[in-house]
Write a protein that binds this ligand. Structure first.
Ligand code: NCN
Ligand code: DMD
Length: 356
């Protein structure tokens, strides 16, 4: 099979809103006045200041929405790179609809609304529920033997993500979380991590859902083969997304870009969601300051992506589920940071003596 050349321009112009300097300055000033030694709330102070700058208000609020994009992957069907069968992708969408998945329970607890997107789930396993947003594409092709997606499929997915961010902004959401579900998708995410950072792909491969030693060796071979196949032809982040990505990764890339366009904060989840965000930053570098790393996944490619993006994860809890679960857990911390920032008295209000 021929891989063809990347026909589309590598970097479409996407206008990203800069951080709000006035809100940043005002939030920093407020933190200095709150009744505590300066810096004593550590990262909580930085989080509140970051959200102020990202959302353009000195006393920011966490109004969250989680978008979970799901897709199936030819590489899972044909190369046996996951510990689970592809049918699990659609079955987990049904579980989310029933409110019984990890992310749905966590999202309820932090008051986050949830949007489910079918970005290429096998037609015979996807639930018929009308609330699911449908991109209208099928599973990706096997990235180890040819491009995973067509240019038109990438465009449809990225546009869907950008539109969902626009809707969220209209609804008054301030913080977007991108989550994903896709059996086999640690393989495309690892390929993207290698392509974007220049690292050796095989060294970034991890167990994903828990493949054994044999599966791990197979996955390393698949990633190495895919990078060798596409490397000579790939141009730019969109070219790599098309060749070794997947529908859910492309939707989350668009979602992160849309967050940047509409002045929202964006919290990255694990290795797959962060690979999508890294593609978005490669397309629109001004997006980077709007991103927060919710947590660190033990997948080796995740730490490499976070280092590449210069993001410091809020949590390191050994979570490796995906679904947006780590990022949603970090929302609880973000909310506490904002509660302290907004609710505390200043030294003057509390009548507490300042420093000598
Ligand atoms: O977020 C992560 O870092 C993460 C790490 C390992 C696995 N996952 C999830 O597990 C699935 C991918 O794993 P695999 O082994 O099928 O490639 C997919 O549904 C992801 O949401 C997610
Ligand atoms: C059960 C299950 C749930 C998941 N959630 C995200 N990835 C997943 C993979 C499996 C296998």
């Amino acid at each position: 099979m021929t891989t063809g050349a990347d026909a589309h321009p590598a970097r479409p112009e996407i206008p990203i809103r800069p951080l709000d300097e006035a809100a940043l300055t005002a939030a920093r000033a407020r933190q200095r006045e709150l009744v505590k030694p300066a810096g004593a709330l550590g990262r909580l102070e930085e989080l509140a200041i970051w959200l102020a700058a990202a959302t353009g208000t000195a006393r920011p609020q966490v109004i969250p929405r989680v978008v979970i994009a799901a897709a199936d992957h030819g590489v899972a069907a044909e190369e046996a790179v996951s510990a689970f069968p592809p049918a699990v992708t659609g079955q987990m969408l049904a579980t989310f609809l029933a409110g019984q998945g990890a992310v749905t329970t966590l999202a309820t607890e932090v008051g986050a609304g949830l949007v489910l997107v079918d970005a290429g789930v096998h037609a015979d396993s996807v639930p018929a529920d009308r609330t699911i947003v449908r991109v209208g594409i099928g599973p990706s092709a096997n990235l180890a033997t040819g491009p995973a997606l067509t240019s038109a499929q990438v465009a449809a997915c990225v546009d869907c993500g950008r539109e969902l961010a626009a809707e969220a902004a209209l609804d008054g959401v301030t913080v977007l979380v991108g989550g994903e579900m896709g059996i086999g998708n640690t393989t495309p995410a690892t390929c993207l991590a290698a392509a974007l950072t220049g690292r050796d792909g095989a060294a970034l491969v991890g167990p994903g859902t828990g493949v054994d030693a044999e599966g791990l060796a197979r996955k390393r071979e698949v990633v190495t083969r895919a990078l060798a196949l596409h490397g000579p032809h790939a141009h730019g982040p969109l070219g790599w997304l098309r060749r070794v990505g997947g529908g859910e990764i492309a939707v989350l890339c668009g979602l992160a870009l849309g967050a940047g366009e509409h002045g929202l904060a964006y919290v990255c989840d694990g290795v797959i969601a962060t690979a999508a965000a890294a593609v978005a930053v490669a397309i629109a570098p001004d997006l980077r300051p709007r991103l927060l790393a919710g947590h660190l996944s033990p997948e080796p490619a995740h730490a490499v992506l976070l280092e590449h993006l210069e993001l410091d994860p809020v949590l390191d809890l050994g979570m490796r589920l995906g679904e947006g679960s780590g990022a949603v857990t970090a929302l609880a911390i973000l909310r506490l940071a904002c509660a302290a920032h907004d609710g505390m008295a200043t030294f003057a209000q509390a009548g507490v003596s300042g420093r000598d």
